[in-house]
Design a protein around this ligand. Structure first.
Ligand SMILES: *[C@@H]1O[C@H](CO)[C@@H](O)[C@H](O)[C@H]1NC(C)=O
Ligand SMILES: *[C@@H]1O[C@H](CO)[C@@H](O)[C@H](O)[C@H]1NC(C)=O
Length: 328
């Protein structure tokens, strides 16, 4: 080896040893403070923590729903394997196909169950309706983050809708109003993340291990979550989904789905928009409220039917009340 080349090699080796030391020291310092923020806020040391492993969530053993690319809205509904009655109520009410100027579609997100009979029924349901996206994870409450991230990733890769609404199978969605509102009135065309927010005192991290919403300091170190939209329903524009999915590759997952989306949005600098159009409670909403409300939480199958009737009545009955065209 020529002397010049060998000097070059030495310098290169020195440089890489030095870089490894710096990276190692950064990792050590971050783990000492116990603050995971330090890790993902610093781009150079990202690989130390891992986020969602997306490839593990997909399964080829179950047919996927089909979707036309370029629709206005894709509605992702988290559902438990054994909630076939709730899904059927949704299919015959707000998700039933109608003539609309703006295209939209509904897909149910479901995970694995060890109950063979339920699995068989889901296979039959999929053959009949083709609207189930089955993920490769055990369907439990603490796996909801996996379920939603799988749905978002699938939607972004396969469907590319302009907007995605994430909601639950005990919610009503105003499919008369929402695609039209998004197309004709929404002014936040990029970086949209909108829903029903929680006040500050409801954003304290729950450290009680027996709670449904327990989160360890290891999963999330700060005591307060950033503002986030309730999982009953939030809307994301496709570009917001894009950056959120990218952040999910390195931000450690939090087992509370709506919190994790809020944390990811915060990391990438997307501000959540608070809107009264997402109702956490199913009170006796009047017919004309159905011109404003986009998501209502807490409906059983019978209440889904009543809500749909009101939505249809609101098409014609409320011409004299002014239509609100803002998010708030
Ligand atoms: C989530 O799903 C994975 C993959 O099936 C499973 O190994 C894990 O036990 C599940 N976690 C919880 C908390 O249910
Ligand atoms: C709307 O207002 C007009 C004029 O005030 C009235 O004649 C009509 O009956 C009203 N329609 C409804 C559906 O309330």
């Amino acid at each position: 080896m020529a002397p010049r080349q060998s000097r070059c090699m030495k310098a290169l080796i020195c440089a890489s040893v030095l870089l490894s030391l710096v990276l190692y020291w950064c990792g050590l310092a971050a783990s000492r403070t116990g603050d995971e923020n330090v890790i993902w806020r610093s781009a150079a040391v990202r690989p130390i923590t891992t986020g969602i492993d997306f490839s593990s969530l997909f399964t080829s053993a179950f047919p996927e729903p089909s979707c036309d690319p370029g629709q206005v809205l894709l509605i992702l509904v988290t559902s438990a394997p054994w909630h076939s009655e709730a899904r059927q109520a949704i299919r015959t009410t707000w998700a039933a196909p109608v003539q609309t100027p703006y295209s939209w579609q509904t897909v149910f997100l479901i995970g694995h169950t060890s109950d063979d009979q339920v699995t068989e029924e889901i296979e039959k349901e999929q053959q009949k309706f083709g609207d189930i996206l089955l993920g490769n994870y055990l369907d439990t409450y603490r796996n909801l983050t996996r379920k939603v991230l799988h749905g978002l990733k699938w939607a972004r890769d396969r469907c590319q809708p302009e907007y995605i609404l994430k909601t639950d199978d005990d919610c009503f969605v105003n499919t008369d109003g929402l695609p039209t509102f998004l197309t004709e009135h929404n002014t936040i065309r990029s970086g949209l993340y909108a829903g029903s927010l929680f006040p500050r005192e409801k954003r304290m991290v729950i450290r009680e291990p027996s709670s449904k919403w327990y989160v360890s300091r290891r999963d999330y170190a700060p005591d307060l979550y950033p503002p986030y939209a309730s999982g009953i329903g939030y809307i994301l524009s496709l570009d917001a989904v894009d950056v959120i999915l990218h952040a999910a590759e390195y931000v450690p997952p939090i087992p509370v789905e709506d919190v994790y989306i809020g944390v990811l949005a915060d990391v990438v600098g997307i501000q959540v928009k608070s809107s009264g159009r997402f109702a956490k409670h199913n009170v006796k909403w009047r017919v004309c409220n159905y011109r404003y409300l986009m998501v209502i939480h807490h409906l059983n199958p019978l209440e889904q039917e009543l809500a749909k009737e009101n939505m249809i009545k609101a098409r014609t009955a409320c011409q004299n009340s002014t239509l609100i065209t803002r998010w708030k």
